[in-house]
Design a protein around this ligand. Structure first.
Ligand SMILES: Cc1cc2nc3c(=O)[nH]c(=O)nc-3n(C[C@H](O)[C@H](O)[C@H](O)COP(=O)(O)OP(=O)(O)OC[C@H]3O[C@@H](n4cnc5c(N)ncnc54)[C@H](O)[C@@H]3O)c2cc1C
Length: 276
């Protein structure tokens, strides 16, 4: 069984950012994704106009858009917040523009959609750091021993690392791969899962059924009380970290949800590397 410094489970925006950052910090990283292709939800989101973050300059106001749980993001935003996110993508060739409601969009006028270019940029970030990517490898279980994750089991093989980042998303749009598997793994590691419910439902669905099939994001997830806000590390399992929508964090439309992924992904990736 090959051993890595860090294994990131889930290849959405949070997992890609986490893997890229950990690798940039010198870690030997494996990214494990259940689908044939990575970032399906990001690419689906990009079929319509999507905002990658928000340029609201007042940090208190920004955090308040996430409700009470927004306080948890203060540390991650202090390390890699909306301004650092825009700078990161600008540095990597994606020009941005700010529109109504301070929504930040990738500049148009390219053959590829903004989401495709963001995705390419994240993939390149991972490639530069030699992140190994395993596709079509759904993690079925995480095995713990003495309060630590020992290995993960996919449909095909067993994989081990010193540290693990769970970035499996929530339950919305399950056809993109986000079926809530990570909640089960987190619960097995001792975490409380705040009941997941669908949030931000597409306009056409308002008259119909409000379900995970048509919800943009998931409300609920891994309880923030059990995660360190400065490192995204589990308070129960000292080699387990979380990033993205799996956490009990969600915001309104307008770039607030992807910002959760950029900030928590970056900080979780950096934190796994800093343990060394
Ligand atoms: C239609 C739509 C439009 C949206 N528009 C916007 C927008 O304009 N602005 C904005 O900020 N946000 C938007 N969002 C929300 C945004 O896309 C999500 O917040 C974001 O994708 C969450 O990222 P994540 O990496 O946490 O999880 P996900 O993107 O859900 O990625 C999780 C990954 O983990 C993988 N995975 C799951 N279980 C396993 C397993 N057992 N083993 C291995 N891999 C696994 C999944 O296949 C998936 O690739 C939109 C969402 C939708 C659906």
């Amino acid at each position: 069984m090959e051993h890595f410094d860090a294994i990131v489970i889930g290849g959405g925006p949070a997992g890609l950012m986490a893997a890229g950052r950990a690798a940039e910090m010198g870690e030997r990283v494996l990214l494990v994704e259940k689908n044939h292709s990575l970032g399906e939800k990001l690419l689906l989101a990009g079929k319509r106009r999507f905002s990658m973050t928000n340029a609201e300059p007042d940090m208190e106001l920004f955090l308040s858009r996430y409700g009470e749980n927004g306080r948890f993001l203060r540390d991650a935003f202090g390390c890699f917040g909306p301004a650092e996110t825009v700078a990161f993508f600008n540095r990597n060739g994606i020009k941005t523009k700010v529109e109504r409601g301070s929504r930040v969009f990738p500049e148009e006028g390219h053959k590829k959609t903004g989401a495709e270019r963001i995705f390419d940029c994240l993939l390149l970030y991972c490639k530069k750091g030699n992140v190994r990517i395993l596709r079509k490898s759904p993690v079925k279980a995480m095995k713990t021993k003495n309060g630590r994750i020992e290995r993960v089991i996919t449909g095909i093989e067993e994989l081990s690392a010193d540290r693990y980042i769970l970035a499996t998303g929530g339950k919305s749009y399950p056809k993109t791969g986000s079926t809530g598997d990570g909640y089960r793994f987190a619960a097995q590691a001792g975490h409380t899962i705040v009941e997941p419910t669908p949030a931000i439902v597409a306009a056409r669905a308002h008259n119909g059924l409000c379900s995970f099939d048509n919800a943009v994001v998931t409300k609920g997830g891994v309880s923030l009380k059990e995660v360190e806000s400065t490192t995204l590390r589990s308070k129960f399992c000292d080699n387990l970290y979380f990033a993205g929508e799996i956490l009990d964090l969600n915001g309104p439309a307008g770039g607030f949800n992807l910002q959760i992924c950029w900030s928590t992904g970056y900080v979780a990736g950096q934190s796994v590397a800093r343990v060394n």
